[in-house]
Ligand binder design. Structure first.
Ligand code: PMP
Length: 370
C-alpha cells in the first residue's frame, strides 16, 4: 500500500510511521556516535549503557527489577525480538495464542518455528478481550500466549482487570507469555499501561518486547529490546546470535541517553497523538464512516459498510484513485481474512496538516457510495 501511495501521489495513512523526527538530542547523539567511531560490532546482547537504561526505564515506570547482564537483550527492532523469542521458545507442533487481529509478523514468526497460531478475536466496537474465549483457546499444546497491549491494529488497551485475568489464566495453565508492549507510552485519556510481568507469578514466565522506534519516533532505526528472566532471555539470545548477532552500534548509545532523559518528550508525543486521534476519528465520523476511537497506539479502524462497501480490501484498492488517500485493509491482520473483511486501518501518526488534507480529500466518500 505504501508503494501504491507513492505511485498515485496519495497521502499515506496506511503504514504506521511518523512524518516528524524524534528528539533532536537523540539524532545528534547518533551522529556523534558515528563520528566517534562506534561503527564496529557491539556486544551481541547490546552495549552496557543501553541495557542499564532499559533496566532503569522498567524500574522507573513499572517498578520492575532486572539484571542488566542477564535479563535484557537488545534486538534489531521489536520484530527481531519477537521472532527470536518465538523461535527460541516453541517447538514444532506447539500452539501460540494471540489476540486477533494481530501484527503481521506474529503469524510468520510462529510458522517459521513450526508452531500453530490460534487467534482470540477482539470484536468492534470496543475490541474488549473476552477472558472466557481466551481460556477456551488454550489447549494442552499451548506453550506461549502472545499478548499485545496497546494493541495494533485495534488501538485497544487492556484494563488492569483484563491483564490480571490473563495473568491468572497463564499461571493456571502454565503458559509462557511474550508481551509485545511497543506502544507502552502511547495510551490516551489517562489510561495506564500495565505490563503483565508485574502481576503475581508472571515475572518468571514473561518476555517483554519494547521498541525505540515507537517510543522516540525513529521506526527506521530498528532498535528494540527483550526483558525477562535469564532462562527466557537466553532462549531468545541463542537465536538472535544467528539472526543478526548484534544490532546498530551507533544507535545504541543514543537510545540509551534518550531512554534516560526524554520522558517529557515522550509524554508530549502521547498528548499530541491523542489530539491527532480525535482530529482523524471525529473527521472520519463526520464523513459518515463508522470509526472506533482507539485507547492507544497510533491506529484507528473504520467499518467500510457505513460508506457503501462490503469489503475493506476493495475499499483500500479504490481509495487512492478515488480520494488520493491510502489505508490498510484489516483482513491482512486476521488468520482468516473474512473475519476482518469490513475493517480498514488508518494511522494518525502524521502531522495535523496532513490529516486535515486527507480528511478533505475523503469528503468525496460522504457524497456517494463506491
Ligand atoms: N509490534 C507491534 C504491535 C507493531 O505494531 C510493530 C511495528 N509496526 C512492531 C512490533 C515492530 O517494532 P519494531 O519496528 O521495533 O521492529
Amino acid at each position: 500500500m505504501s508503494a501504491l501511495a507513492v505511485s498515485t501521489g496519495s497521502i499515506n495513512l496506511g503504514q504506521g510511521f511518523p512524518d516528524t523526527d524524534g528528539p533532536t538530542q537523540l539524532l545528534e547523539d547518533a551522529v556523534a556516535a558515528i563520528r566517534a567511531g562506534h561503527n564496529q560490532y557491539p556486544p551481541g546482547i547490546g552495549i552496557p549503557s543501553l541495557r542499564h537504561a532499559v533496566v532503569a526505564h522498567q524500574a522507573r515506570h513499572y517498578g520492575i527489577e532486572l539484571d542488566p547482564d542477564r535479563e535484557v537483550l537488545v534486538t534489531t527492532g521489536a520484530t527481531e525480538g519477537i521472532a527470536a523469542a518465538l523461535l527460541g521458545l516453541i517447538d514444532p507442533g506447539d500452539e501460540v495464542v494471540a489476540l486477533e487481529p494481530f501484527y503481521d509478523s506474529y503469524a510468520a514468526g510462529v510458522q517459521l518455528a513450526g508452531g500453530r497460531l490460534r487467534g482470540v478475536t477482539l470484536e468492534p466496537p470496543d475490541f474488549r478481550l473476552d477472558l472466557d474465549v481466551l481460556a477456551a483457546a488454550v489447549t494442552d499444546r499451548t506453550r506461549v500466549l502472545l499478548l499485545n497491549s496497546p494493541h495494533n491494529p485495534t488501538g485497544a488497551v487492556l484494563t488492569p482487570d483484563e491483564v490480571a485475568g490473563v495473568a491468572r489464566l497463564c499461571v493456571e495453565r502454565d503458559l509462557l507469555v511474550l508481551s509485545d508492549e511497543v506502544y507502552e507510552h502511547l495510551t490516551f485519556d489517562g489510561r495506564p499501561h500495565v505490563p503483565i510481568s508485574t502481576l503475581p507469578g508472571m515475572a518468571e514466565r514473561t518476555l517483554t518486547a519494547g521498541s525505540a522506534g515507537k517510543t522516540f519516533s525513529v521506526t527506521g532505526w530498528k532498535v528494540g529490546w527483550l526483558t525477562g528472566p535469564d532462562h527466557l532471555v537466553t532462549a531468545a539470545r541463542s537465536v538472535k546470535q544467528y539472526l543478526s548477532y548484534a544490532s546498530g552500534a551507533p544507535l545504541q548509545p543514543a537510545v540509551a541517553t534518550a531512554l534516560t532523559t526524554q520522558d517529557a518528550w515522550v509524554a508530549g508525543l502521547r498528548d499530541s497523538l491523542q489530539s491527532r486521534r480525535d482530529l482523524l476519528v471525529d473527521g472520519l465520523t463526520e464523513l459518515g464512516l463508522t470509526t472506533y476511537r482507539p485507547e492507544g497506539t497510533y491506529f484507528a479502524t473504520s467499518d467500510v459498510r457505513s460508506v457503501g462497501y462490503d469489503d475493506g480490501t476493495a475499499f483500500c484498492r479504490e481509495l487512492p484513485e478515488r480520494a488520493g488517500v491510502v489505508a490498510i485493509p484489516c483482513a491482512v491482520f486476521y488468520g482468516s481474512p473474512d473475519r476482518g473483511r469490513f475493517l480498514v486501518r488508518w494511522t494518525f501518526s502524521k502531522q495535523e496538516a496532513v490529516l486535515t488534507r486527507a480528511l478533505s480529500r475523503l469528503e468525496s466518500l460522504a457524497r456517494g457510495s463506491g
